[in-house]
Write a protein that binds this ligand. Structure first.
Ligand SMILES: [Zn+2]
Length: 256
């Protein structure tokens, strides 16, 4: 008998790790309407099809938008209303069970304790086994895009809510008074990570991702996101020989 080498088999090259299993309950946390659709929508649609209860949390209503697509005379309030509606439609396309807005100010997110408490409350209430959020450690993507401060804050606060706040009884004890017991999140999927180690094949849900993205009409204008999104999916899938994928840094969190 030869001993089996770590991470491989005796007969062939090392196999790529299997795709992570769909969770029973997933919470997808983002700063703005459309962030989810650009990044993780293929995964969420696939999980929803597998019976996962997906809850989307949007920290702002997107009232700042972008200059390119915002008509003159638009107000933050009106744009926030439009974008909230667009996000709700996009979630419906993906099969998201519940969409929650926390109504913080777009463009001004701070990693405040109030925001951390609000997210901790939602994690304890909905008890997801998986949280999906952006990687807050990434400052630059290549030489042309600096990660939006709201995106960094959203990722940071989501992680801080997961650990240690949601699972530690005596952090935010006022939540106990609301009847919200501690909850341990077992896996965190960080999208837009620079060193991803987990891949979800989205060939079967790429069209749903595009359809959901197109619901963000106020931001898309006449632009068809198809080519860019397909190219991103191809690029992310390449390392695993997949035609289309979304990639993540995956954290498997130990029980307290
Ligand atoms: Zn954004």
């Amino acid at each position: 008998m030869t001993s089996r080498k770590r991470g491989g088999s005796e007969s062939g090259p090392r196999r790529a790790p299997r795709e992570p299993k769909p969770p029973a309950v997933a919470m997808s946390i983002h700063a703005h309407p459309d962030d989810q659709e650009f990044t993780v929508a293929g995964t969420l649609a696939k999980w929803a099809q597998a019976g996962c209860r997906v809850i989307t949390v949007c920290l702002t209503r997107g009232g700042a938008g972008s200059n390119k697509s915002t008509p003159a005379g638009m107000t933050r309030e009106r744009l926030g209303e439009i974008r909230e509606e667009e996000q709700r439609r996009a979630c419906k396309v993906l099969g998201v069970a519940e969409t929650i807005f926390l109504d913080y100010e777009d463009g001004m997110l701070q990693p405040s304790l109030a925001l951390r408490r609000d997210l901790t409350r939602l994690v304890r209430r909905h008890r997801p086994d998986v949280v999906v959020c952006g990687d807050p450690t990434v400052r630059f993507y290549g030489g042309r895009y600096m990660n939006h401060p709201d995106h960094r804050v959203a990722g940071d606060v989501a992680l801080d809510a997961v650990f240690p706040s949601a699972e530690t009884r005596l952090i935010f004890p006022e939540l106990l008074d609301e009847g919200l017991e501690p909850h341990h999140v077992s896996r965190v999927f960080l999208h837009s990570a620079q060193e991803p180690d987990a891949y979800v094949d989205i060939a079967g849900t790429l069209e749903l991702k595009l359809a959901a993205l197109r619901e963000h009409k106020s931001q898309m204008g006449d632009w068809d996101p198809k080519d860019m999104i397909a190219a991103w999916a191809r690029e992310q899938g390449r390392r695993r020989g997949l035609r289309a994928a979304e990639s993540y840094r995956l954290m498997l969190l130990e029980r307290p």
